[in-house]
Structures are given as C-alpha cells and as structure tokens.
Design a protein around this ligand. Structure first.
Ligand code: LLP
Length: 419
C-alpha cells in the first residue's frame, strides 16, 4: 500500500498536490512519501519483532540522505557497497555499528575507511578479498568482523541482469569452496568470523528460491559448526519483489515465515538487506509532456524525463505504471502510445505501445514504483542535469536533493593547457 492517490481529480503524494509541487519545483523530479516508507519499514520489521533481527536497508536502491535518515530514525541500519554509501549512511545519522559492507570489489582504502568507522560486518566474497582485508586490519591493529557470502546456486527466477545466486555469477563463493575458506580464515589474525551471508537476486516474485537458499545456508551452518567455526550472524540479503504492474509478489509475512522457519533454533542474529520492498513504491517520477508526435502509425508522447533519469525500462525492459497527474476528461481518446524521453537513443523509451488516455503537451504524468533504482542509477547523459528529489510528509514537502545546475554540470571539466 502506498500514499499516492487522487483527490478531486488531482494526484497527490500524501496531502501534497502534485500539480502545485511541479509548479514550485519544476519537472522532472522524484517524489518520495514518508508515510509510505514508514509503513513499509514497519510492516517488514514488524514481522521480525519476535526474533533477534536487524534490518539493513540496501542503500544502493535509494541513497538519498533524506530517505536514509527517515529509515534510520525508525531503527533501520544500512547495507552498503562502497565508501560513498558508508559516508551517505553516516551523513544520514545511521551508526556504523548498524552498517554491513557487501560487494565483490572492495578496495584497500574502502576497507581502511570502514575499519576506522568500526562497522558491524564485512560480507566478503573471495579469498583475495579476505586476505587483503586481513592485511589492512593488521596494519591498523584491528580485527574485521566478517561473514562469507556464499553462492547457494539457486535460480531466483527473476531478470537475468539481477540474478546473483547461480554458480556462473560473480557473486559469493560456492559452498564447497566456502568450507575450506572458513578454515583458512580461522588462521588469519586480522579477521573475526561472525557469520554467513547470502543474496540470490532482486525482484523475486516467488518464495521458493528463498526457501531453497535459506535451507542450504542452514545446512551449511551445521557443517561450519561441526568444524568448530563460531557462527553468530546470518545475513539473508534482500530481493523481495514488489508489484510494478499486475504481478503479485509474496507478502512480507510469508517471506518472514520462511526465513524464520529456516533459521529457527540456530541461535543467530538474522540480518536482512531489503531495498526495493521498502522504497520502490514509496517513490514516483513526475514529468511533463513536451510534445505529442504522430509518426506513421505511432503516437509518441515525448516527456521531459528520459532514460538518464530512470533507466530501468530500457535496461531491464521494466514496466512502470504511468498515470496522469490530472484525471483526463472522460471523453479523452485512449490510444496505444509510446512514451519516450528526449535522449538521442532509440532505447529512450519508458513504455512501448501502452494503452493510455492521450495526454496534451504541458500535462503532467507520474511514473510509479520509481523509488528504488531510480535516482541512484541516473546519469547526466546528453548533458542533462541530475533532477531534483523531493520528500513529502503529510501536507509538507522538502527538496532533499537540489536539481543540478548547468554550472555544476560544466564546472568539473577543464580545458588542458599543453606545454
Ligand atoms: N543485498 C545485496 C548484496 C544486493 O546485491 C542487493 C541488490 C540487495 C541486497 C537489495 O536487493 P533488493 O531488496 O532491492 O531486491 N538495478 C536493479 C536492481 C539491482 C539489485 C542489485 N542488488 C533494478 O533496477 O531492478
């Protein structure tokens, strides 16, 4: 459930009228709802209130400091994949002790930074990474608390580009190789083993792969303990899908039941790294129609947002619901249209042959479910400044990221002065 809805024919974010907001902020912009974020976090975390669990929001899905601060104040930690994300989480008030650091390519300086902050856990993904982390920790006279990310070889049945838990993927370590790795780690002075982590993919709309992966982790914990390893934390990753269109992903309570069933009796703290399920439907992208272009049999609705602002449709063929910000007149014609941006690429398409009431130039449209992997994946391609991000809370709105100016865009480039 989200808090974007029509009131007297005008789409609102909570109690904020989006026509008025667009006039004030200019378009395009991302708009996030505090009530939706709060609700999603409370529902998700509420299902784990009866076990020792820690929810670490996947910062990669939305790294806006306003969003992170909202979640942090609710008790949420952070799952990060770079020094930049650690810094953003901390700038938002999330304590390092609530941060886990994932990712296959951590550099020595990122490790050093994370160790200096004393973050809760590194999820390591290869032997060379563990060896480097060990050296960095020893040089600082510290110990890095780690979990090894295992690859359970489970098909998550999601888009190929966001599947991470199969054996040909670059992520994690196959369980057969992880066992000797844990033995090796026991000999490292700079490392303290505290757990196991797993993450098999994103936008899962089926619970079976989670159940399989968690069961494999459970069995693996038994093997590790038989070898004398101390395992106190189990990081079960993220990945729970959301409805973008007609799909019906599992409800968080069903997901929680499976996770709790598989982890029952192990006596571990369970960590989760949800991203999309918390923020995906807590954000929309608001854009204005520039032109309606009729070309042969096609009707192109050309809007002022583009693939550089929201790349999901062209990168993954992702579906985003497109709704008019002002309800069109009942007799407005409904046609199959292509909704496209101004970028000079044929792939700059938000929706192809979508049945919509044809808007008029100047009308506002909202792309729903844009809170996750929207703004964070934006670029300035075609020299288009990064767009504004706004949060609403009841009747209030706040710009949580200023639109980039043309001066910002140009100022980092220089003309070389050759000798
Ligand atoms: N933990 C790890 C280690 C991850 O790699 C990810 C996502 C998550 C947690 C959070 O997954 P979530 O709960 O959000 O599904 N750009 C793509 C999604 C990439 C997901 C990358 N990893 C998209 O727009 O669909």
């Amino acid at each position: 459930m989200d808090h974007f809805h029509y009131k007297n024919g005008v789409y609102h974010a909570e109690d904020v009228n989006l026509v008025k907001l667009a006039e004030k902020i200019g378009t395009p912009f991302y708009c996030y709802s505090t009530a939706t974020l709060t609700r999603h976090y409370s529902v998700f975390s509420g299902h784990f209130a009866d076990v020792d669990a820690k929810i670490c929001f996947a910062v990669k899905s939305n790294s806006n400091v306003g969003v992170l601060n909202t979640l942090g104040k609710l008790g949420c930690g952070a799952d990060v994949v770079s020094e930049g994300e650690i810094r953003l989480a901390m700038a938002a008030g999330i304590k390092p002790q609530d941060i886990v650091f994932s990712g296959v390519g951590k550099t020595a300086s990122e490790m050093a930074f994370a160790l200096d902050q004393d973050i809760f856990q590194f999820n390591v993904e290869s032997e060379p990474e563990v060896d480097l982390l060990n050296q960095v920790a020893i040089s600082k006279d510290k110990k890095a608390r780690i979990a090894v990310r295992v690859n359970p070889d489970v098909d998550p049945k999601t888009h190929a580009k966001i599947s991470t838990g199969q054996k040909e993927s670059k992520f994690g370590i196959p369980m057969t190789a992880a066992l000797p790795l844990y033995r090796h780690i026991e000999s490292l002075r700079g490392i303290d083993v505290q757990g196991v982590s797993v993450h098999i993919g994103s936008q899962l709309i089926n619970l079976e792969p989670f159940a399989q992966a968690f069961a494999r982790v459970r069995a693996f914990v038994g093997e590790l303990r038989a070898e004398g390893c101390t395992i106190n934390t189990l990081d079960l990753g993220g990945g729970l899908g959301i409805p973008y269109g007609q799909e019906e992903p599992p409800m968080p309570d069903m997901y929680a039941q499976i996770a709790k069933r598989e982890m029952q009796g192990l006596g571990c703290k369970i960590l989760f790294e949800p991203g999309r399920v918390l923020v995906g439907n807590a954000g929309i992208l608001v854009s204005r129609v520039i032109y309606i272009k009729k070309s042969g049999s096609r009707i192109f609705v050309i809007v002022d947002a583009a693939m550089n602002d929201l790349i999901r449709p062209t990168l993954y063929g992702a579906y985003h619901d497109i709704v008019p910000v002002v309800t069109p007149a009942g007799d407005a014609p409904t046609e199959l249209v292509d909704v496209v941006g101004p970028v000079c690429e044929t792939g700059d398409i938000f929706a192809e042959q979508r049945l919509l009431k044809v808007p008029a130039p100047g009308d506002l449209v909202a792309f729903r479910s844009a809170g996750a992997y929207g703004a964070v994946m934006a670029s300035t391609y075609n020299a288009r400044p990064l767009i504004a991000e706004v949060m609403v809370n009841g009747t209030q709105s706040a710009v949580v990221r200023e639109r980039q100016t043309y001066e910002d865009l140009i100022s980092r480039d220089t003309i070389p002065t050759w000798k």
